[in-house]
Design a protein around this ligand. Sequence first.
Ligand SMILES: *[C@@H]1O[C@H](CO)[C@@H](O)[C@H](O)[C@H]1NC(C)=O
Ligand SMILES: *[C@@H]1O[C@H](CO)[C@@H](O)[C@H](O)[C@H]1NC(C)=O
Ligand SMILES: *[C@@H]1O[C@H](CO)[C@@H](O)[C@H](O)[C@H]1NC(C)=O
Ligand SMILES: *[C@@H]1O[C@H](CO)[C@@H](O)[C@H](O)[C@H]1NC(C)=O
Ligand SMILES: *[C@@H]1O[C@H](CO)[C@@H](O)[C@H](O)[C@H]1NC(C)=O
Length: 808
Amino acid sequence: MGRSMEGIYAGFLGFSLFFFITTRTSTSVPDTITPGQSVKDGETLVSAGGSFELGFFSPGNSKNRYLGIWYKKVSTRTVVWVANRETPVSDTSGVLSINFQGILSLQNSTEGLVWSSNVSRAAQDPVAQLLDSGNLVVKDRNDDNTENFLWQGFDYPCNNFLPKMKIGRNLLTGFDMFVSSWRSPEDPAQGQYDLRMDIRGLPQLVQTKGAEVLFRGGSWNGLYFTGKPITKPNPLYSYEFFFSDKEVYYKYEMRNSSIFSRYEMQPSGVIQRYVWNERKLDWETFSTAQADQCSNYAFCGLYSSCNPLRPSPCACLGGFVPGSGAPKDGNSIDWSGGCTRRTPLHCDGDADGFLKKTGVKLPDTASSWFNRSMGLKECEEMCLRNCSCTAYASLDIGDGSGCLLWLGDLADMVEYSEGGQDLYIRIATSDPDYVQGKSKSKKMRARLVAMSAIIATGMLVLIFVLYIRKKKLRKQDGKEDVELPVFDFSIIANATNNFSSDNKLGRGGFGSVYKGTLTDGQDIAVKRLSKESGQGLEEFKNEVTLIAKLQHRNLVKLFGYCNEGDERMLIYEYMPNKSLDHFIFDQTRSKLLDWPRRMNIIDGIARGLLYLHQDSRLRIIHRDLKASNILLDNNMNPKISDFGLARMFDGNQTEAKTRRVVGTYGYMSPEYALDGHFSIKSDIFSFGVLVLEIISGNRNRGFSHPDHDHNLLGHTWRLWMEERTLELIDNSLVDKHFISEVLRCIHVALLCVQQRPEDRPNMSSMLLMLGGENSLPQPKQPGFFIERNLHHESLETNEVTITLLEAR
Ligand SMILES: *[C@@H]1O[C@H](CO)[C@@H](O)[C@H](O)[C@H]1NC(C)=O
Ligand SMILES: *[C@@H]1O[C@H](CO)[C@@H](O)[C@H](O)[C@H]1NC(C)=O
Ligand SMILES: *[C@@H]1O[C@H](CO)[C@@H](O)[C@H](O)[C@H]1NC(C)=O
Ligand SMILES: *[C@@H]1O[C@H](CO)[C@@H](O)[C@H](O)[C@H]1NC(C)=O
Ligand SMILES: *[C@@H]1O[C@H](CO)[C@@H](O)[C@H](O)[C@H]1NC(C)=O
């Protein structure tokens, strides 16, 4: 700016030179005027320390005269303050004077009032003085208390933000002290850009153009503005952020007042800090506020962060995916569409969690809320309790105190390689990124473990209560009406193209599944029970009643049913990503499932099962848990399906015996397959098998190995005994960060597939094991020999649920 200013004031230099000579001849230049005295065009006031000078000037080639203040000792004319910026004097007739009320006025040749100041109270013995800070003040003579100024120019900054100036607000009167650009280098009138304190939510420093925010210095975090991390103590200046009920402001001061430094906002909006270099006799640019594209407000749109060091600087926050406007590949320029939430929030404590993002510029606080006395833990709880809360952070990173909540969209985050602070972003715990974040953050994990412990304890109490009330409940349940839509056969026939083979998604032991589309565009999956399924009307009704009551995000949702003549159908939500087996056993598609996603799937299945076993009002054994019964939604969240084939436990029953064994080989526990005994522990066995399949990418059944004749369980056990468990892991899961978590999952899975049901953990203790870090018991040999001893030649494929009549 120095050079351009040189040009701007070129016209003025000649005049100044002339004036310089005249002032040198006078004995001393005053720094004050009192009533009766004046400053005429051509005369000046010079501050006592000789730093600043007040007088009339014309910017650039303009003929207009303005009353301004500039550096006296700086050879490049640099005007830092202008009184009559909107109302120039057209000739050199301007005169500044002060009256007995202490009001400054600028008059022209016809004694018209061009500009005047204001006073807050009556003056005793007023004097206008140019201080060595560049501040023109009106005060009572001999009263140097800065709080008592009748008026001061620093309350009305122009384009320069000088040491000791304030940017801020009086919260009682609303008085706004802000920096505003000149209209052009030749016109100091207020231009398009302002730099001010935005006091919506937690106050933050913003640059605006009209109502639009262009750049955000951000909120104060106790040490610095979140948008300008200060990583080292600054030897040049000190700064202060003051925030009370009455006032909020920011100011800075030079440690050495003989060094000149200032911020200037240029007519183009560029904000730069300059330091006068005495050796070069020029202003040196110290920093530029808008250093890169990431300084542009919300450059990457909502729910994303900007990192200037990345080839394409924008990236979605964890749990968010590119929105409609954002390019999928991240290469295009326009990211204004930002990102959108992948998994909707559930708004209840357990279902939502937080992903910690470190080293960032905190998002726009315009819609934030804060409390100075709350701690971070309280803050988290507060956020979870409020549905509109999207994130939280510490208010003061100096001592980690206070609570800052965001109650709206998150915008304008920047990632810093140095400095920056921690932000906790709310996402659904079922989101794949949450699982990844969990494994990255031990703190988060510890919290989860604590939460699961509380849940588990609560569960024990609940189970006990339910146990006692079960008979009563069951009676009531029988009477309750199921509020589930009944679909006409014709509607379903229409939706599935008359059950055409093109619409057929698959076939199981109980019938076929079809994809359908209702007339309103809703996709459905129709399970048409085969007439030979052996299920009577009563059983079907029981089953529908049972499923209708099950509501959990990891269970596939039943929309309705159809029961016409001997047609019995269940209508489910349609899962576009098909089932888990479609991915994990496929060489190409398995690459789409990295470990965090797989862990999310394991976690989701476990939660779904926990609900079936313990959380729902009924105790339900699924009996047919397998990869093809785990459906995946758009975001790869698992949903257990076919739980309609499950059994509800009677009264105080914890295990049952059946003559009709339903299930799938490879997943069936030995006691069930051989003796027809089933219990929650037979589901646990199936879950263990499933986990090993997810980790290894191999089916338990049909597994083959050159060295031995075992199935996957046998193979895992061998590796375990030989301490070569790592070899089990699917090649697509090479990320070393997760190895310990994967090994822990294998360990837990082996505990699940132990031969004796009583050795296997139940669902809640298993969730604790999966999320925890405590040492686990040694697994005993799995029950894996059964399938080789059974006759299964007659079965269609490995994948079909079979019914063995008279298995004993
Ligand atoms: C003096 O200022 C008054 C008020 O702004 C204005 O009406 C008048 O035209 C000015 N006279 C001259 C000579 O500039
Ligand atoms: C002086 O201040 C009063 C009250 O604060 C305000 O109404 C008035 O417009 C001000 N006058 C000038 C010339 O700024
Ligand atoms: C302040 O800065 C001036 C000019 O650079 C220098 O001469 C002086 O020694 C400094 N004073 C202190 C106390 O550092
Ligand atoms: C801030 O938090 C403290 C401690 O939790 C509480 O006593 C106080 O009422 C809160 N203030 C507001 C305005 O909510
Ligand atoms: C969320 O918190 C804000 C700020 O305390 C409050 O205004 C709002 O009503 C709360 N919303 C709910 C749903 O509690």
